[in-house]
Design a protein. Structure first.
Length: 451
């Protein structure tokens, strides 16, 4: 990292940043209150509100959003006539999954092999700390040259849309010239990257019914229509022989023109077992950033343990469809539902229900904000040119903000590079990445202020 006052300040703040991230990770802030106490999420929200207050933010508030969670808001005024930048992160986290699978406790930040481990360390409590470090570095080196709004969401991982609906009901609250979403990540450690596209998604539940009730497979099997077998055929119809997603009417041949993802590197990042093939066609980047991808998230059917010799009368599944940029998620939902219904065999009764949706996103990478970020990244990552990548996941708030503020520039950066293993056991963050990205964000705010 090139010596400069901002970088030196951030470096000096890193021990304190680790202590703060330790405190924040300790909150079991999963926004599923059937499994985790609401008090844990509320505690994390209060921690962030207190941190913003300590930095001189005004109008700090815990916003009660329509989905029953809290988002944290604060406003830091800059010089008269300055631009306004909105900084986003979220404090809610994914469940720890199998806690026994963690090498160290998921809600105790632990250093190991140069990384800090803990649920939310990268996604996205580390993003909260990144924003704080950037602002502190600027305050110590001449002041923050823009008006800053901070919004930290409390239910991003649940996809329940609380903050999106709150923003729509209070359209002036988050208005800004530029938005920095701190919930993405570098393509790999040490390679500065902005995420320029996001796939959207739709969640559809499909139910298949064939009989009034389960039947003995010895007495009726062979003629009685098996609902589970029918569902399996339906789900199989969603993929071609090579594993490509095949939803009728939905294009699946778009090519990605930006940064490419080496296949062997992808196999390593995804931890694909030896001898197992990747699915789909085209480049890896085509498949994960610019084409649709269907995933069966769950199936309701009898478990193997305790199963009886029965022909099943009903079965259902939850299906996720990642929607590429340029395709309306509502249109994709209708195509998916029509496909499921038309591919159900034997005249079985089928019903579909959409239970969630998020639109895809594409940024304008020619904007002044992107040029300012490229300059900042070049200083924070000497010798590296900022790259543009896609992301297979969705951040629904991006489209809400783009709709509310069509002239605002939106950039996505963050700490969720492949080694972070977000959403999996043993999630971690690279402290070096936290340091460099905090420097980059600070320098971006300074450069953007005069652009």
């Amino acid at each position: 990292m090139s010596p400069n006052p901002v970088a030196e300040t951030v470096a000096s703040l890193m021990p304190g940043a680790r202590a703060e991230l330790t405190e924040l990770v300790a909150f079991r802030s999963v926004a599923d209150f059937d499994q985790f106490p609401r008090s844990e999420s509320e505690g994390a929200a209060r921690w962030i509100a207190d941190a913003l207050g300590a930095e001189g933010f005004q109008d700090v508030a815990l916003l009660d959003t329509p989905d029953g969670t809290q988002s944290v808001y604060g406003y830091l005024p800059g010089p008269a006539g300055a631009k306004t930048v909105l900084l986003y992160a979220h404090y809610d986290v994914q469940p720890p999954l199998d806690e026994a699978g963690w090498t160290t406790p998921p809600f105790e930040l632990t250093e190991r092999d140069g990384r800090w481990y803990g649920r939310g360390a990268a996604d996205c409590k580390g993003g909260v700390i990144m924003h704080l470090l950037a602002l502190r570095a600027l305050k110590a080196n001449g002041g923050v040259p823009v008006h800053v709004k901070v919004i930290v969401e409390g239910s991003e991982e649940q996809g329940t849309g609380g903050l999106e609906r709150y923003a729509e009901e209070h359209p002036d609250l988050l208005e800004a010239d530029t938005v920095v979403i701190g919930d993405a990540g570098n393509f790999r450690v040490g390679l500065p990257t902005v995420t320029s596209t996001l796939r959207g998604m739709t969640l559809v539940r499909v139910s298949v019914d064939t009989l009034a009730g389960n039947l003995h497979s010895g007495q009726f099997g062979g003629a009685a229509p098996d609902a589970l077998a029918a569902l399996i055929r339906v789900l199989d119809s969603l993929r071609a022989e090579d594993g490509s997603t095949t939803v009728e009417g939905l294009a699946s041949d778009t090519a990605w023109e930006g940064l490419q993802y080496d296949e062997e590197q992808f196999r390593q990042d995804a931890k694909v077992l030896d001898g197992v093939e990747l699915i789909g066609s085209g480049t890896v980047a085509d498949r994960i950033w610019s084409r649709p991808a269907v995933t069966v998230l769950g199936i309701d059917c009898p478990p193997v343990v305790g199963a009886t010799p029965s022909v099943q009368s009903s079965a259902r599944a939850l299906i996720s469809l990642r929607v590429p940029p340029g395709v309306d998620a509502g249109t994709a939902t209708k195509l998916l539902q029509a496909h499921l219904e038309s591919h159900t065999p034997w005249g079985a009764r089928v019903s579909t229900e959409q239970i969630g949706e998020g639109q895809p996103f594409r940024a304008d990478t020619t904007s002044p904000a992107y040029q300012a970020m490229a300059s900042a990244m070049a200083v924070a990552y000497p010798g590296q040119e900022m790259q543009y990548a896609g992301q297979g996941g969705s951040i629904p708030l991006c489209n809400t903000l783009a709709s509310l503020y069509p002239r605002a520039e939106i950039l996505l950066i963050g700490l969720s590079e492949p080694e972070a293993q977000i959403h999996a056991v043993n999630e971690s963050v690279s402290p070096e990445e936290l340091e460099r990205l905090s420097v980059a964000e600070a320098l971006f705010l300074r450069t953007y202020a005069v652009s």
